[in-house]
Design a protein around this ligand. Structure first.
Ligand SMILES: [Zn+2]
Length: 436
């Protein structure tokens, strides 16, 4: 067997959906700074007899993400029960989607040109949160029943960097479309890479390994990259030793910079999926999908192309306005670039302090007055020398201790330049001249 092994991985990414209420009940979804067990009701506590009612807005937002990623939206979809036993899941099953998810297929093109194909996007409920101490396990049910989008890629990712890039672009898109705040520190976005390594021969034959290792619930892209690198090394060593890595779930321990085994991974049939009998199947029509599509703003990828090829922005400026925190400025840029030079607007928004927070009219006013201000020290200095030569009285006053004489001289410079000289710079230059 060759000793050259290559990484192959798929991603499962969970996003808390930005809705007012939880997924199947009327509890507020604003749980992030709430006291434990204050956003709960019989439904999200899993009490017998409580009936779940799906959150329409969460369904719409999931479909909107599907449209943005080029998925096919299913006309028929439904919720299924996914059974497993764990203390953070009081019903004994999670409401999720099995063979009729809201969205199938689709893809996301990375900035390096690679296309990452998607398997599906479905909607489910989050579980409660447990806290383990030495003697006890405490459970907070605020998170139980939170609406959760799961995006599943095909196993097509071949580097840790691409996996992180996919995650960042999905986070940016979800924030841009107001689908999720995707704050990883608050648990609003979690990534789970399914990692295997295979021989070069298998890669050429497009063959997948017989096992995969899922690293659960990672809350930072940096840790995800580290976990992937650790797994590649660990799995490669096992394969070189002539064994097959176990199919299992592992967790990433950031202090040890290592992954550790968790429970062994169930096959799909162990979850005993079946349609939830309390929730009627969902049926959509094309007119509804068309309405959602028409509400879709221009997406960051398309905006990048327009900014560079139509508006003449540099690749760097366009990239800054269409990814990460700069995406928050894109709408403002679009408004302003209709009425002012796009390249100048981008430069002021991205590089000049004091512009970002201005309203459109204030921005344009400031832009105009800043443009006409003379900031060139050489030009102002010539005027300053003139003014000093022509105002002996004021110069003498200053030298005899009358500080206000400086303001008189600045006023003269302003008069000479028809108010365009930068006053602060003028004063600085006058003082320098008088001291020399
Ligand atoms: Zn509830």
């Amino acid at each position: 067997m060759t000793k050259d092994f290559r990484l192959i991985l798929g991603l499962e990414i969970h996003l808390h959906v930005k809705t007012a209420k939880k997924m199947f009940c009327n509890c507020s979804a604003d749980i992030y700074s709430a006291e434990p067990n204050t956003h709960v009701c019989p439904t999200c506590l899993g009490l017998p007899g409580a009936l779940p009612v799906p959150n329409k807005h969460a369904v719409e937002l999931t479909q909107l993400l599907g449209i943005a990623l080029g998925c096919t939206l299913n006309l028929d979809s439904r919720f299924d029960r996914k059974h497993y036993f764990y203390h953070d899941l009081p019903k004994g099953y999670q409401l999720s989607q099995y063979d009729q998810p809201l969205c199938v297929g689709g893809s996301l093109k990375l900035r390096n040109g690679k296309t990452i194909e998607l398997e599906r996007i479905h909607l489910e409920e989050d579980t409660a949160k447990s806290f383990h101490s030495k003697d006890d396990t405490l459970i907070d049910f605020n998170k139980s029943g939170m609406p959760l989008i799961e995006v599943v890629t095909k196993p097509v990712i071949t580097s840790a960097e691409d996996a992180a890039e996919f995650g960042r672009m999905l986070r940016d898109l979800a924030r841009f479309l107001n689908i999720s705040d995707a704050d990883m520190e608050k648990g609003q976005m979690r990534v789970e890479p399914n990692i295997s390594v295979r021989t070069v021969e298998m890669e050429r034959a497009n063959e997948l390994p017989e096992y995969k290792v899922e690293v659960k619930n990672i809350n930072s892209f940096k840790y995800m990259e580290k976990a992937i690198r650790y797994e590649v090394k660990r799995q490669t060593e096992i394969l070189i030793g002539g064994k097959m890595p176990a199919q299992e779930n592992r967790g990433y321990d950031e202090k040890a910079d290592a992954t550790l085994p968790q429970r062994s991974k169930e096959d799909a049939h162990d979850y005993r999926y079946f349609p939830d009998p309390d929730i009627p199947p969902m049926r959509f029509d094309q007119a509804y999908f068309d309405g959602l599509k028409s509400s879709m703003p221009e997406l960051p990828g398309a905006a990048y192309l327009r900014l560079t090829s139509v508006l003449g922005l540099s690749a760097v400026a366009a990239e800054m306005l269409t990814s990460g925190p700069g995406l928050g400025l894109l709408q403002k840029f679009n408004d302003l670039s209709q009425v002012a030079d796009p390249v100048k607007v981008a430069n002021l928004l991205l590089n000049k302090p004091g512009y970002r927070d201005l309203e459109k009219d204030e921005f344009l006013q400031k832009m105009q007055s800043d443009e006409s201000t003379i900031d060139d020290a050489d030009i102002i200095l010539a005027t300053v020398k003139n003014v000093i030569a022509q105002n002996n009285k004021a110069v003498e006053d200053y030298r005899s201790g009358k500080d206000s004489a400086i303001q008189y001289l600045v006023g003269q410079v302003m008069r000479e330049t028809k108010g365009k000289a930068n006053p602060g710079l003028s004063e600085e230059l006058i003082l320098k001249e008088l001291m020399s």
